[in-house]
Design a protein. Structure first.
Length: 133
């Protein structure tokens, strides 16, 4: 009977005098950290579903940074996979496209054919009508 009680206490985390077996609990990710990382990962997915590439990209980079900052709190058995998967996620999310170039209100912007060299031509000093002679 003593052996069964001792075995039950050892498994439950207690101990018994004379019990030589020690049960080591499996490594665990801190519950709060795990929940917060899951929320961040879900936010990336939600942004992608909405088509918000810029938001998803920023959130994926923030998640990766958070995992790198908190890596010391993650048991070694999980750390490599967690760091690897968040880096992969950040690399997989398309980058935010650059904003469009501002439009010139007066129409004198690039590609309009106006502005550069206006009224002056190379090789012409401005005299005569350009017909030679």
């Amino acid at each position: 009977m003593f052996t069964l009680v001792c075995a039950g206490l050892v498994v439950a985390g207690g101990g018994c005098a004379g019990a030589r077996e020690r049960v080591v609990s499996p490594p665990r990710l801190p519950q709060r950290l795990a929940a917060e990382l899951a929320v961040q990962a879900d936010a990336v997915a939600a942004s992608l579903e909405r088509g918000d590439v810029c938001g998803a990209s920023a959130q994926a980079r923030a998640l990766r940074s958070r995992v790198l900052r908190e890596a010391g709190r993650v048991p070694l058995v999980f750390r490599g996979e967690l760091v690897r998967s968040t880096a992969e996620l950040a690399a997989t999310v398309p980058p935010c496209p650059p904003p469009p170039a501002p439009a010139d209100k007066e129409g004198h912007g690039k590609g309009k054919g106006k502005g550069k060299g206006k009224g002056k031509h190379k090789g012409n000093d401005g005299e005569g009508d350009g017909r030679g002679g």
